[in-house]
Design a protein around this ligand. Structure first.
Ligand code: CP
Length: 318
């Protein structure tokens, strides 16, 4: 199997065979984690740049560790003190980084489409680390891998996503990844936070969380974005927690071997109780660890374009 992609913008563009190929590569990279020397020379001489316009703990650091484990040089752009604040455009910033030989640019941006703009204008491989409400593909892949690793198979599995599906790029990437792999995906949350016509993606909707919890093999709890309350998309945090928090009481509804997941950062006491977050069924920390292997596999598999070479070889002048 070959994998011919310059960029990773979204899981929507990958097919089942490509997703399985990524999972197989993640598994291979994970074997490095138990060795004394956790490094491979794969990206020696390559430069990986992280360009984050929104806060991040997991994704940015995980990409940095992944790139360093593959022996790449890593540059973290501090957007707040870059020339972007002087009005430089995103494309000009990207071209400037490419002129410094950036081979991979990992971008997080509040605007849907920002990674796509860079991908169309640069030879460097562009990796979407989350754009607006669109996708967060490496989170979708690490969630998929964690389920596959823990359950040993994706066959006949039911996965439930709980919370703000409408604004969640994590939910979108999970839905694409899981449905392409044949997993039955359900969502549960306030009606105002469920996208209209989501059923057309092959997703089942439950407005009654308790019923959904009883039937699922995996529950992936999404962060509630508190600013949505100002937009009147849910009445109050108190009401949200009463109807949709995975509480200690609701844990009793779950199957004994259920996986409890959360992409982080968690709002303990809002969408997830500490009983759920710290339960023996929680794989939240494993998700973070798997994120490194997923990002190693993605960096390994993507192929930046070769820059245009000049026809005449220049003489070296010293
Ligand atoms: N899951 C996730 O994207 O976390 P960060 O915002 O910390 O990167």
């Amino acid at each position: 199997m070959s994998f011919f992609h310059k960029d990773l913008i979204g899981i929507e563009r990958l097919d089942k065979k490509e997703l399985q190929f990524i999972l197989d590569n993640v598994k291979a990279f994970k074997t490095l984690f138990t060795r004394n020397v956790k490094k491979a020379p794969t990206l020696i001489g390559k430069t990986v740049v992280t360009l984050f316009f929104e806060p991040s703990t997991r994704t940015r650091n995980s990409f940095e560790i992944a790139a360093k484990r593959l022996s790449a040089d890593v540059i973290n752009i501090a957007v707040n003190v870059s020339s972007l604040v002087k009005g430089e455009s995103l494309i000009d910033t990207g071209k400037t980084l490419e002129a410094m030989n950036a081979d991979y640019i990992i971008i997080r941006h509040s605007l849907t489409g920002a990674p796509e703009i860079l991908s169309k204008n640069l030879n460097a491989s562009i990796i979407n680390a989350g754009d607006g409400f669109h996708e967060h593909p490496t989170q979708g892949l690490l969630d998929l891998y964690t389920i596959y690793e823990k359950k040993k198979t994706l066959k006949n599995l039911k996965v439930l996503l709980v919370g703000d599906i409408l604004h969640s790029r994590v939910a979108k990437s999970n839905i694409w990844a899981l449905t392409k792999m044949g997993v039955q995906v359900s969502v549960s949350g306030p009606p105002t936070l469920i996208p209209q016509r989501i059923e057309e993606l092959g997703v089942k909707v439950y407005y009654n969380l308790d019923q959904a919890l009883k039937e699922t093999d995996v529950v992936n709890i999404l962060r509630i974005q508190l600013e949505r309350q100002q937009e009147n998309l849910f009445p109050s945090v108190r009401e949200y927690t009463a109807l949709y928090q995975v509480t200690k009481e609701r844990l009793a509804l779950l199957k004994r071997d259920v996986l409890i997941m959360h992409p982080g950062p968690m709002n303990r006491g809002i969408e997830i109780s500490s009983d759920a977050a710290d339960s023996v069924n929680s794989v939240i920390n494993e998700q973070v660890t798997n994120g490194i292997a997923v990002r190693m596999a993605v960096l390994y598999l993507l192929k930046p374009n070769k820059p245009n070479k000049t026809k005449t070889r220049q003489k070296n002048v010293y």
